[in-house]
Design a protein around this ligand. Structure first.
Ligand code: F3S
Length: 424
């Protein structure tokens, strides 16, 4: 790789051994991918929590743990404070909800010690997979280094920022150096559309956008779809849902919606002069097929878990949920869990939404990703969710059956204990 002077200095060890090791990793990573240079970044997001169960908070050396897991160094290195603005994304538990989640005091203490370590490096403790909902909204063209597939799809597709889907080691290295290899979605040519998806059925609801996203990921995997024919402008929550579903079913990281997303004023612009490799259609038949596929793990319609907030819910979604749950009572046999960023939990409390939601019997949790922590209530067998991503992951990870449908259908199932959703 062609390195600039500041990059060579870091590689030579002039900023200490941890930064040197981070630069070495980035060079190896870049060379393996064929990148010729680095790009500067001032917006890095990842997770520095090791989801260990049974760790000892009193003896844990997080510098050594990070050295081993994320800097590929057997020798413990002391991590300096981060060099550029860096954010902690979602974690594997909510330390304020351990009793509900069945997490032991010692695991909570370990989490708190890990948290203190991350904080000591100067990292912003947003603790969410939706950093763009709590102030981290990169501008069009901004080079970022983010992990978390749904967030990557959101900032590439909906915002026009630039990132690949990074891992723990590359995000820690980017935090320490302010550099990331210049390849993939940092470059114009990779961002152009590859496949055209013509929408021939109304896509209007949050649920519809999840189905379309799941279809896009499943059919074209990690290529770049250009969606054409959407007649109703999606909300930011709908785009969040679309990207998350597509990232889970197929590893999608970048997309265009003609006339909606910033690099797609129209279909031709989204392809940037390229011809589509393939043209696909998403009509009623495809929608039905995807609905059946996403619900394929569900057999019993007796529900014992409702899980919302994957990706983490927005304040608008909390408002909507409060309206749906107002005056209702969740059946005793059903656990109802909602995941949000901490900042939105606080705003929801201030807005009065949380009081309504909790009065109905639901639990609101922050920080955590249920899939990352394998978080389901003990003995739960059948869940329902309005998240295409969670309907995909949790059955695979935990064996639970999952129904996918609208938020309203999830609320109805919570009250009656019976899933009665259907494709609309
Ligand atoms: Fe967020 Fe976890 Fe869902 S990271 S998008 S809550 S699977």
């Amino acid at each position: 790789m062609r390195l600039k002077d500041d990059e060579k200095a870091m590689l030579d060890g002039r900023e200490g051994p941890a930064v040197q090791r981070a630069m070495e990793l980035l060079v190896r990573y870049g060379e393996a991918l064929g990148a010729e240079e680095m790009v500067d970044t001032k917006n890095v997001g990842g997770t520095l929590f090791i989801p260990t169960r049974g760790g000892d908070a009193k003896t844990a050396d997080f510098h050594a743990i990070q050295s081993m897991f994320n800097l590929d160094s057997e020798k413990p290195l002391t991590l300096p404070p981060v060099k550029v603005p860096s954010m902690q994304f979602q974690t594997h538990m909510d330390p304020d909800s351990c009793a509900i989640l069945g997490i032991s005091d010692s695991d909570r203490d370990y989490y708190r010690a890990n948290e203190a370590f991350v904080r000591s490096l100067g990292i912003q403790m947003a603790c969410t997979c939706t950093p763009y909902q709590v102030g981290n909204v990169p501008v069009k063209g901004e080079h970022c280094a983010w992990m978390e597939s749904s967030a990557v799809a959101y900032i590439n597709g909906a915002l026009g920022a630039r990132t690949n889907c990074e891992g723990n080691a590359s995000t820690l290295s980017a935090m320490l150096t302010g550099k990331i290899p210049y390849w993939g979605y940092h470059c114009d040519e990779y961002r152009r559309g590859t496949h055209l998806i013509k929408v021939e059925t109304p896509i209007e609801t949050f649920e519809d956008w999840g189905l379309l996203g799941y279809y896009a990921g499943l059919t074209i995997q990690d290529k770049v779809p250009v969606i054409e024919g959407v007649t109703a402008l999606p909300s930011k929550d709908m785009l969040k849902q679309f990207g998350a579903a597509a990232a889970s079913s197929g590893g999608l990281e970048m997309y265009h919606i003609a006339g909606v997303t910033p690099e797609a004023p129209d279909t031709a612009a989204a392809f940037g002069g390229n011809k589509p490799v393939e043209t696909l259609k998403f009509g009623w038949e495809e929608k039905k097929e995807i609905y059946e596929k996403i619900n394929c793990t569900a057999e019993s319609n007796v529900v014992d878990l409702v899980m919302l907030g994957c990706p983490h819910y927005s304040l608008e979604q909390m408002w909507n949920l409060a309206r749906l749950l107002d005056g209702k009572k969740i059946k005793d046999s059903v656990a109802f869990w909602i995941f949000v960023p901490k900042a939105i939990k606080l705003a929801s409390e201030e807005s009065g939404y949380s009081a309504v939601i909790e009065k109905a019997g639901a639990k609101i949790m922050a920080y955590a990703c249920p899939a990352m922590g394998h978080l389901i209530p003990k003995g739960a067998k059948v869940m329902c969710t309005d998240s295409g991503k969670q309907a995909h992951y949790l059955p695979n990870m935990t064996g639970i059956q999952a129904w996918y449908g609208s938020t309203e259908e999830c609320v109805n199932a919570a009250v009656s204990g019976v899933w009665e959703g259907r494709l609309k």
